[in-house]
Design a protein around this ligand. Structure first.
Ligand code: HEC
Length: 196
């Protein structure tokens, strides 16, 4: 006499039910993830956030740094509509993909570890001050060798033939990305001073 818990039939049914249940969980989590990573949601601000100042402050309850959206501070001094902002950030994102920045950098933790993570690059103290940051980023992206900055890697970024227009869109993409609440990632990041 075979016990019910050691019968083949019982384990076959269990395997089917567990697989079906986990499939349902997976589908549920997929929909949840997709909604949680959309721009314009709780943690991922709308693209028009590039019209605002982005601070990065310590949150005592969560015990890590979180982006805080501030007053109006349009990128390159030009306020964009929601559609214009989306178009610019999207162009920047596509440019980072076309130029394969992930070959050296990580973005939101994905990519290679040769160069610094770019998630909070907009807030990097390496740009000196918020007042000169946009200008320096424009110059650096178009000619990294001629405009070296100290980002602590001790390495040099090559010239990737980025045009000024592409550089502007990349900066918009980086500014938007820095506003994403990433649960404190990258850990121990110290932001630029926000004097202006
Ligand atoms: C071949 C490797 C390589 C590729 C590809 C590359 N970078 Fe870099 N990048 C570097 C290195 C190395 C540094 C660090 C330079 C330093 O420490 O002075 C850097 C630094 C930077 C910084 C400043 C980092 C910071 O913390 O603020 C930005 C912004 C940046 N890169 C953007 C890009 C973008 C955008 C692309 C794609 C268009 C790209 N990089 C592609 C190697 C690369």
């Amino acid at each position: 006499m075979i016990n019910w818990w050691s019968s083949e039939n019982f384990w076959r049914k269990t395997a089917i039910w567990v697989t079906a249940f986990m499939l349902a969980v997976l589908i549920g989590l997929t929909f949840h993830s997709v909604s949680a990573i959309q721009a314009g949601t709780h943690r991922v601000p709308a693209y028009s956030v590039i019209n605002q100042r982005i601070d990065y402050r310590f949150d005592a309850t969560r015990n890590y740094m979180v982006p805080v959206l501030g007053e109006e501070a349009p990128l390159f001094g030009k306020k964009l509509s929601a559609e214009e902002a989306e178009a610019l950030v999207t162009k920047g994102k596509l440019t980072t993909q076309a130029k394969n920045c992930m070959n050296c950098h990580t973005l939101l933790g994905n990519g290679a570890y040769y160069a610094p993570d770019l998630t909070k690059a907009w807030l990097d103290p390496g740009w000196g001050s918020a007042a000169v940051r946009e200008e320096l980023m424009l110059k650096f992206l178009q000619d990294p060798g001629g405009n070296p900055r100290g980002f602590g890697s001790g390495r040099r970024m090559p010239n990737l033939g980025i045009t000024e227009e592409e550089a502007r869109s990349i900066i918009a993409f980086l500014k938007w990305m820095s506003s994403i609440d990433t649960n404190g990632f990258p850990y121990n990041f110290k932001p630029i001073k926000q004097e202006g």
